[in-house]
Design a protein around this ligand. Structure first.
Ligand SMILES: NC(=O)c1ccc[n+]([C@@H]2O[C@H](COP(=O)([O-])OP(=O)(O)OC[C@H]3O[C@@H](n4cnc5c(N)ncnc54)[C@H](O)[C@@H]3O)[C@@H](O)[C@H]2O)c1
Ligand SMILES: O=C(O)C(=O)C[C@]1(C(=O)O)C=C[C@@H](O)C=C1
Length: 312
């Protein structure tokens, strides 16, 4: 039995023989980790688009994408590629979404879809909105999948399998455009959920942006301590600390943009975290065993439920 077919949020992934591609021509702007994973999925499975075009501001990235053979065409000219697109997917850092949308939107055909994969939604929607056209539907999306690596070599076709993809359509987004983007992500193997952009940003501040902030900070603290005490503290980092360093190896530009563009939600979650950390500090100071055990048990339960739901 196909168990995936029973899951309410996850449609079975059809093969190229079973169905026509969602789009004729899909243009991916920014074929880094996320964009190149979409390109690979499109090429390897044949169910996303008949033709894929990659656009990058960097000639080196373009040359590498051509070498990898994961796009039918590669160019640095976003507007030129957008002219022939049925769908343009922006996979650039969130701070670049507005300017890139400004360059592609005027070139797009009426009825073609604009979508993007930014990790923050309210700020990206605000940055893109001034350039929107009534005849080009815009579907904001966010695949909750990634690694600490960047660039076209980092991507892989199965990156989105059994991962959530969050859609935050606008009130004005036509239902058929949402459906097309939904289908594209389902065919990448993702589970889909729709939510309001502001809700998305609070959820992601908690489950993605705050953990990255903690990882960057703890690595800095340990490094400062090593400098101050001239000790080999980092040499003895075992697996607990190493798990933080994986996340801390993420791209600085991407995370600078995310932190600054989800400022309010991130600061709110950080304040809550600091309150809870203070409460833990107090419990440790006063030897409150029950509090400490209760908190650790909650952590274990969360890990167990993620494993059961195939999210860890
Ligand atoms: N990395 C993750 O885990 C992850 C997960 C989900 C969503 N996202 C979002 O996806 C987007 C891309 O992230 P990534 O990790 O794939 O980044 P990446 O650094 O691997 O790739 C980004 C690419 O965009 C290109 N680029 C930058 N500015 C450009 C411009 N103005 N015009 C054309 N190309 C430009 C870069 O040269 C690079 O090749 C970001 O918005 C990020 O927030 C990332
Ligand atoms: O797995 C990782 O390394 C990630 O950082 C992926 C991760 C996350 O925090 O879960 C990072 C940013 C995204 O917007 C979505 C996913």
């Amino acid at each position: 039995m196909d168990t995936a077919a029973c899951a309410p949020d996850r449609a079975p992934v059809p093969s190229a023989e079973e169905i026509a591609p969602v789009f004729d021509t899909l243009v991916v702007v920014g074929p880094g980790l996320i964009g190149s994973s979409v390109l690979r999925r499109a090429k390897e499975y044949g169910t996303l688009a008949r033709r894929v075009i990659a656009v990058d501001i960097s000639p080196e990235v373009c040359a590498r994408v051509a070498e990898l053979g994961i796009a039918d065409e590669v160019t640095t000219d976003a507007a030129q590629a957008a002219v022939v697109a049925d769908c343009v997917m922006l996979c650039v850092p969130v701070g670049a979404m507005g300017p890139v949308a400004a360059s592609v939107l005027p070139a797009m055909r009426p009825g073609a879809i604009l979508t993007e994969v930014g990790s923050t939604k309210v700020s990206v929607i605000e940055a893109i909105t001034p350039y929107l056209r009534p005849d080009v539907p815009y579907v904001p999306a966010h695949p909750m999948a990634g690694t600490e690596f960047s660039g076209p070599d980092a991507g892989f076709a199965t990156l989105f399998e059994d991962r959530w993809c969050l859609l935050t359509p606008l009130e004005s987004t036509p239902a058929d455009a949402v459906k097309a983007v939904r289908t594209l992500w389902e065919r990448c193997g993702a589970r889909l959920r729709e939510m309001a952009p502001a809700h998305h940003d609070r959820v992601c501040a908690m489950v993605s942006h705050l953990p990255h902030l903690l990882a960057f900070t703890i690595c800095g603290t340990a490094d400062d301590l090593a400098d101050e005490t001239r000790s080999e503290v980092l040499d003895f980092a075992a697996s607990g600390f190493r798990d933080f360093t994986r996340i801390a190896a993420s791209d600085p530009i991407m995370w600078r943009d995310i932190f600054l563009l989800n400022r309010d939600a991130l600061l709110e979650m950080l304040a809550r975290f600091m309150e809870d950390a203070q409460a833990m500090a107090r419990a440790i100071r006063w030897g409150d065993e029950d509090y400490i055990v209760d908190r650790i048990e909650r952590g274990r339960k969360i890990r167990k439920s993620l494993i059961e739901n195939r999210q860890a």
